[in-house]
Design a protein around this ligand. Structure first.
Ligand SMILES: [Zn+2]
Length: 378
């Protein structure tokens, strides 16, 4: 016996009800019966003249990848795009979305995290302003029958019966999609044509027969900032951070591994430096207000968990990692954190410091990967 959706064969997770078996492994995404006939409705939309518009021009490498993605889709290849943080990877799929919509294909753009899906929707809506776009995330359903859907990966189960000819998945290396076989199987069930996966931190094991495309340059052409590692005992790290904050006199995000570190460190830094410091984590309130305040210069420092590792852009921000040896700071997380710095053309470079009491393999791999990307000539 096997679940037709998540391929679970573990009998302990197959339950019997009214003489039929259903799967408990993927029950969170509504019940699937083991013998359930599975049909999909592959109806196309009528072809239409859709054109996207941007108020800036794509860089040469963005244009190259954009064209390659259309070519891969025309030839029925899946694509995997490794695009470094701040290289503008959302816009490189617009040409492809336009192509698919013009053919009448159904298109989905999905992303793991709910906090980022609304911003993604806004960017796509600005580019494709003349068409209806669906937006679906936990607690919100809008235009669910539209030809183009923007959603979180958790909501993909709603589209298993219809499916998409083109699926674009951003941040495939991020929690909760990464390492979650149920979400990945649902993704594959929804994909009745070809997919494009986008990420900033691919490792070799992520490649599964797709065409690999690499964008190693940020749109402004500057190198990615390489983290500076400082090996130092925990007891000195707070003093060192205070010293750096006072020396730089710039906006800083200090990343900590655990929620309980946030308020303690924020208090210490505030009393040592007399700067305006706030805490951000999944359990804190006013996170968006505090982010805005940092952007506007109304506060100086945010102490945050890895909640802010992705999707935020703050002009001229510097970052420091506290207790960098912690397991939560794996290679992918550290690369994302370093990627917060130097995103704007007005300040294309900046400081990334990792304070750690030992040299871990994650730190070593993060620094190597960033140096390799800077040296690559693609
Ligand atoms: Zn299942």
């Amino acid at each position: 016996m096997e679940c037709p959706r998540c391929h679970n064969q573990n009998v302990k997770r197959l339950y019997k009800l009214h003489g039929k078996y259903y799967c408990r492994q993927c029950i969170a995404f509504h019940r699937v019966w083991v013998d359930e006939p599975y049909t999909q409705d592959h109806t196309r939309f009528p072809p239409q003249k859709v054109r996207y518009s941007l108020d800036f021009e794509l860089s040469k490498s963005q244009q190259d990848i954009s064209r390659q993605l259309v070519y891969n889709y025309q030839n029925h290849y899946h694509s995997l795009v490794l695009a470094v943080c701040g290289s503008g990877k959302t816009e490189i799929v617009f040409e492809l979305i336009q192509y698919a919509l013009q053919r009448g294909d159904r298109v989905c753009f999905c992303i793991p995290r709910k906090e980022l899906v609304k911003e993604l929707y806004q960017r796509i809506k600005e580019a494709f302003h003349q068409i209806d776009i669906g937006l679906v995330y936990g607690g919100h359903i809008e235009n669910i029958n539209a030809q183009l859907i923007v959603c979180t990966m958790h909501q993909l189960y709603r589209f298993e019966k219809s499916g998409f000819h083109l699926m674009i998945a951003d941040e495939v290396d991020a929690f909760p999609f990464y390492g979650n076989p149920v979400l990945q199987q649902i993704f594959m069930r929804c994909c009745i044509g070809n997919y494009v996966k986008l990420s900033a931190t691919f490792v070799k094991e992520d490649i599964d027969g797709e065409e690999l495309l690499i964008m190693n340059r940020r749109y402004h052409g500057y190198d990615l900032p390489v983290p500076q590692l400082i090996i130092c005992p925990h007891c000195l790290q707070v003093l060192l951070i205070s010293f750096l904050l006072k020396k730089w006199k710039k906006k800083v995000i200090v990343f900590v591994p655990l929620v309980q570190d946030v308020d303690k460190l924020a208090c210490q830094l505030q009393s040592y430096t007399h700067l305006r410091v706030r805490g951000v984590s999944s359990t804190h309130k006013h996170n968006q207000d505090n982010l805005m305040a940092l952007k506007n210069g109304d506060i100086d420092v945010i102490v945050s968990t890895t909640l802010l590792e992705r999707g935020i852009t703050i002009e001229d921000v510097q970052v420091i990692v506290y207790h960098g040896e912690h397991d939560l700071f794996d290679r992918r997380t550290l690369i994302q954190i370093a990627g917060r710095v130097g995103r704007k053309i007005s300040h294309p470079q900046g400081h990334v410091y990792i304070l750690s009491n030992e040299h871990t393999s994650s730190i070593r791999q993060c620094i190597h990967t960033i140096k390799d990307l800077n040296q690559m000539s693609v």
